[in-house]
Design a protein around this ligand. Structure first.
Ligand code: F6P
Length: 371
């Protein structure tokens, strides 16, 4: 029987659990199929440059718990719109056929793509060109439709929760307000979950424009009740009512070029004029993506890796492994991304009927939605 060659790549920003997926996928494939595996380095860039390494029991040993990606990541390389230098000029070209030629040359029969919406949009497009693709949903933001939970999210929530605990003790000691900016792009999953778990007094979600006045009123209410300190969690994509999201930087050669950043600093400056307390701000930044993955993410990633091996064995390509009500299954990449060039299914966001949001309001946590 001939040996199937399976390739793997990790696209987009890193997320804790990437290595646990690679660990599980490698073992499940080797144990259930006549195959060998390779891993392309730096996501799709490695596919373009034909830059890969072998994945086997030895090269994937000891990585289950580790953060980052042993295959490295890139959130810049869309091969359908790739920046190349020609005659001293920057040009945008579709180089996907070069990637397909590279896979043919190496005898790759199946490609497993770990990524969020941008990476999986290309995965859908490679499927349309006849490549046997299986997707696996990754992002700390948890904003990908088609699955209940992406891997990396639980670890990020754990990290933010722990940092909120640290910020509480210093805020309380100084009777200060600390505004804490968390990642998640335009989705408030990290802010909502970590805000509740970390006992925030105010949680601002990108889904609901906020009122600075309401935030200030909550702080003063706490002051008057004998709690002269407050922790405000703000999702990086939050928008003040009537205002705009705060952009930290624009990364030109990234498919999703906008990086949010700075909303906590902006809000802290506004609050300082409205409340008695001193106000400080902190953006937790990439700490949220670093370090070892949580036990939950290791288990979820392991299930995703085994699920992907199963789809390859059954020849069910063009799909993404997903989890629904605790059960591993799959969904078409077309349904996850939609039919258009860029994703049209939209991010999975927090809605007003979210049970955790409703529960948090009953606890008295202020969401400061502008009415
Ligand atoms: O999508 C994951 C994420 O960490 C977002 O939460 C954040 O906005 C963005 O990536 C940061 O991107 P970069 O790593 O390019 O700074």
């Amino acid at each position: 029987m001939s040996r199937k060659r399976i390739a793997v790549l990790t696209g987009g920003g890193d997320a804790p659990g990437l290595n646990a997926v690679i660990h599980a996928l490698t073992r499940a494939c080797l144990n259930t199929m006549q195959c060998e595996l390779i891993g392309y380095k730096f996501g799709y860039r490695g596919l373009y440059n034909n830059d890969f390494m072998p994945l086997d029991l030895r090269t994937t040993s000891g990585i289950l718990h580790t953060g980052g990606s042993m295959l490295y990541c890139s959130n810049k390389d869309n091969l359908f719109k790739y920046q190349v230098m020609e005659g001293g000029q920057k040009l945008i070209k579709d180089v996907s056929d070069i990637a397909i030629q590279n896979m043919r040359k190496e005898g790759v029969e199946a490609l497993v793509v770990l990524g969020g919406d941008g990476t999986l949009t290309s995965a859908r497009d490679f499927t349309r060109k006849g490549v046997n693709v299986v997707g696996i949903p990754k992002t700390i933001d948890n904003d990908l439709p088609g699955t209940d939970q992406t891997f990396g999210f639980d670890t990020a929530v754990g990290i933010v929760t722990e940092e909120l605990g640290r910020l509480h003790t210093t805020a309380e000691s100084h009777h200060r307000v600390i505004v804490v900016e968390v990642m998640g792009r335009s989705a408030g999953w990290i802010a909502l979950h970590a805000g509740i778990a970390g006992s925030a007094d105010v949680i601002l979600l990108p889904e609901f424009p906020y009122s600075v006045r309401k935030v200030a009123e909550k702080i003063e209410k706490r002051n008057s009740q004998g709690d002269p300190f407050s922790i405000i969690v703000v999702g990086e994509g939050c928008i003040e009512a009537g205002g705009e999201a705060v952009i930290g930087r624009v990364v030109d050669d990234s498919p999703d070029s906008v990086r949010f950043g700075g909303v906590a600093a902006k809000l802290a400056a506004q609050l300082e004029k409205l409340v008695q307390n001193e106000v400080r701000h902190v953006a937790l930044g990439h700490i949220q993506r670093g370090g070892n993955s949580s036990a939950f993410d290791r288990l979820l990633s392991t299930q995703y890796g085994v699920g992907a091996a199963d789809l390859i064995k059954r020849g069910l390509f063009g799909n993404m492994v997903n989890i629904r009500n605790g059960e591993i299954g799959y969904i078409s990449l077309e349904d996850v991304i939609g039919p258009e060039e860029v994703s049209t299914t939209g991010s999975k966001v927090v809605t007003p009927d979210n049970p955790l949001l409703i529960a948090a309001k009953k606890l008295g946590i202020e969401f400061a939605e502008a009415s």
